[in-house]
Design a protein around this ligand. Structure first.
Ligand SMILES: Cc1cn([C@H]2C[C@H](O)[C@@H](COP(=O)(O)OP(=O)(O)O[C@H]3O[C@@H](C)C(=O)[C@@H](O)[C@H]3O)O2)c(=O)[nH]c1=O
Length: 174
C-alpha cells in the first residue's frame, strides 16, 4: 500500500500495490500494521456505502460536532471529486481545503482525520463511495458547512449540483 500525504496535515491518499498476474491482480486495501505505522486508526466502527444515481450529485460538507470522527473513503463505482476542509482551529491550515479524485478504476482511497469536514461531487452516473468510519454515527452531532461557502471557494467540477434539502440549508463557515 502507498500512503501519500496531501496538502492538509494528516490527510493521506492511500493507493494499492497490486500483485499482477495473467488473471488480474491481488491488492491489499487495509493492513493493520501499516495503518498503525502511519498513525491511522486500526478499528473502524461502521462501514457504509453511498450510492448516487446521477453525475453532479454533491454531498457535504459534513463533519461530526466535537470533531471526533475520522474516516477512510474510497470509490467503488464510478468517479468522484472528493474534498476535505480543515476545521482544526488551532492548526496552521484552518479553513483550507484540498481535493483528490477518487475513482473505482484507480482503486485509491483518502484518509480524513478528525477535525475535518468532507464532501464530494460525483463525476459519472452510478458513483458509489464506501466509508470506513472510526466512531459510530451520531445523528445529533451531524453538522456541516455550505458547499458554496465563498471563503472556501471550492472549485466543484460540475455546475448546478444535485443537493439534499439539508445540505442546501447548511450554514457558512464563520
Ligand atoms: C452518514 C449517515 C447517515 N445515516 C442516515 C441519516 C439519514 O437518514 C440518511 C442520509 O443521511 P445524510 O443525508 O447525512 O447522508 P450523506 O449526505 O451521504 O452524509 C454523508 O456525507 C458525506 C459527505 C460524509 O462525509 C459522510 O460522513 C456523511 O456525512 O442516512 C446513518 O444512519 N448513518 C450514517 O453514518
Amino acid at each position: 500500500m502507498k500512503f501519500t500525504p496531501l496538502k492538509l496535515p494528516g490527510v493521506l491518499e492511500i493507493g494499492i500495490e497490486p500483485e499482477i498476474d495473467a488473471r488480474g491482480f491481488f491488492a491489499r486495501l487495509f493492513d493493520l500494521e501499516a495503518f498503525a505505522a502511519h498513525g491511522l486508526p486500526t478499528h473502524f466502527a461502521q462501514h457504509s456505502l453511498s450510492h448516487n444515481e446521477r453525475a453532479g450529485t454533491l454531498r457535504g460538507l459534513h463533519y461530526q460536532a466535537g470533531g471526533l470522527e475520522a474516516k477512510l473513503v474510497r470509490c467503488v463505482a464510478g468517479r468522484a471529486f472528493d474534498v476535505i476542509v480543515d476545521l482544526r482551529r488551532s492548526g496552521p491550515t484552518y479553513g483550507q481545503w484540498c481535493s483528490v479524485e477518487l475513482a473505482a478504476i484507480s482503486h485509491n482511497a483518502v484518509f480524513i482525520p478528525a477535525g475535518c469536514a468532507h464532501g464530494f461531487q460525483t463525476l459519472v452516473d452510478g458513483t458509489e463511495l464506501m466509508y470506513q468510519i472510526d466512531v459510530a454515527y451520531d445523528a445529533q452531532a451531524a453538522a456541516g458547512i455550505r458547499w458554496d461557502d465563498p471563503s472556501l471557494a471550492i472549485a466543484w467540477p460540475l455546475a448546478d449540483p444535485i443537493l439534499s434539502a439539508r445540505d442546501r440549508a447548511l450554514p457558512y463557515l464563520t
